[in-house]
Design a protein around this ligand. Structure first.
Ligand code: F0G
Length: 412
């Protein structure tokens, strides 16, 4: 592991999350044989299906380790022709991470992170979470037979996510405060070696999550021109950046996608720094957004997020709650993909980028749909009232109102 600030190096077997010398975040680096590292890319999908562990030569896990897996990764890359038509873009895809076992991209990081926890002999895992991290860590810890503690902001976590953490047997602690308070607390608690920390500070999480970039490369037969991705604590954008850079280092591509990171307006410290051209991200004290997954004011990975965007000629955008909910509705009703609000932020930014001509209409865009819409059903149902009718055909037809002629014929 190498410190991103001072460059100090540490063995992957050391149980540290930050550079003991300067407190910087750590990156996993490999001394590897190129032919070995290229193996996954020349292996048939029949032999090794598309999944996180397809890329095991590129992951920092020993051959003898007990792999804790729920069959994560291998998610669809779905062509969105209706969106393309509507926005006047040539090629748009969604990387549908809602297909993962617990319904979000976090499972990619947790299969590697929890495997590492077991390798290191940890007994109890811990994380702070806006929801999905806690669902995923709870499930993988259950599978591994580890105890799990999760700290979540009281009253600010979506119902689906909370129910997952509870049923998988985690000790769920609702903290009076936001995600940033929860993260501060788990950082403090993990100085006690009884707790193994699995937030995206943990470099092994990033390693698992980078496999999504490898999959996109294999599914598209190359790298996309633009990558639209929501930013919360900025771990996932860091992971994609690392994944695409590794593809380049391996000589599989000579370019990177433009990174189009997006935050919710009410929690957009990285966006502020980006538009000011500043190298410092000033935390937001108060944050509010309907996209509770990315309701974060002090993103720990901000430095790498800004670098990924600047080095690839991309941008950071911010979208309002209205834009997020509208994008969620469009994606669900035009493409059949139900994304949770944080994930719909990437579509909201795509829509904005198309309208404001921030991307070339002939370019190829991939939007990362980070989590399934069923995680947060309240956000949809709050806006509708179901109409009840009597149980007879006339009442039902009347309630249906107008239908197209073609459909009406089949109805009769
Ligand atoms: N989308 C969803 C659905 C998320 O749950 C998160 C983060 C993000 C995007 C942003 O990813 O933090 O790596 O930049 N959720 C974390 C959690 C914070 O606790 O579940 P990021």
């Amino acid at each position: 592991m190498r410190c991103i600030e001072c460059g100090a190096r540490y063995a992957a077997g050391e149980r540290i999350y930050f550079c003991p010398r300067c407190g910087g975040l750590l990156d996993v680096e490999y001394e590897r044989d190129r032919a070995e590292a290229l193996k996954p890319f020349s292996t048939s999908f029949k032999e090794r299906p598309l999944s996180v562990w397809r890329y095991r030569e590129l992951l920092p896990i020993g051959n003898e380790s007990r792999i804790i897996s729920l069959n994560e990764g291998g998610t669809g890359l779905i062509r969105c022709r209706n969106l393309e038509r509507e926005l006047g873009l040539r090629e748009v895809y969604c990387k549908n991470e809602g297909e993962n076992p617990t319904g979000s991209f976090k499972d990619r990081g947790m299969t590697v992170g929890v495997t590492k926890a077991v390798e290191l002999g940890a007994r109890t895992t811990i994380c702070a979470s806006t929801g999905n991290t806690s669902s995923s860590l709870a499930a993988y810890s259950a599978k591994a037979g580890l105890e799990c503690v999760v700290l979540v902001p009281a009253g600010k976590i979506a119902l689906g996510k909370l129910s997952q953490a509870v049923i998988h047997g985690a000790k769920v602690i609702a903290v009076r405060g936001g995600f940033d308070d929860c993260l501060r607390l788990v950082r403090e608690l993990s100085k006690d070696r009884r707790f193994y920390l699995l937030n995206s500070i943990n470099p092994f999480r990033i390693e698992g999550q980078k496999t999504a970039a490898f999959e996109i490369y294999e599914q598209l037969g190359g790298v996309p021109d633009n990558l639209f991705i929501p930013i919360g604590n900025a771990g996932n954008i860091t992971a994609y950046w690392k994944g695409f850079k590794e593809l380049k280092e391996l000589g599989l591509t000579d370019r990177l996608p433009r990174f189009m990171g997006v935050q919710a307006e009410g929690a957009s410290p990285i966006y502020r720094a980006f538009i000011k051209g500043s190298d410092e991200v000033k935390p937001f004290g108060r944050v509010e957004t309907v996209a509770t997954a990315i309701r974060i004011g002090n993103p720990v990975n901000w430095k790498r997020a800004l670098r990924s965007v600047r080095e690839t000629g991309g941008r950071v955008g911010a979208v309002s709650d209205e834009e997020i909910l509208e994008a969620q509705r469009i994606l669900a009703s035009k493409e059949g993909i139900f994304a949770e609000p944080a994930s719909a932020a990437s579509i909201a930014f795509l829509i904005k980028a198309a309208r404001e001509k921030l991307i070339d209409r002939d370019s190829r865009s991939v939007c990362v749909i980070t989590g399934h819409g069923l995680k947060d059903p309240d956000v949809v149902l709050r806006r509708v009232r179901l109409r009840e009718v009597d149980a007879d055909v006339e009442s039902v037809l009347e309630a249906i109102g107008g239908v197209s002629e073609k459909a009406a014929v089949t109805l009769r």
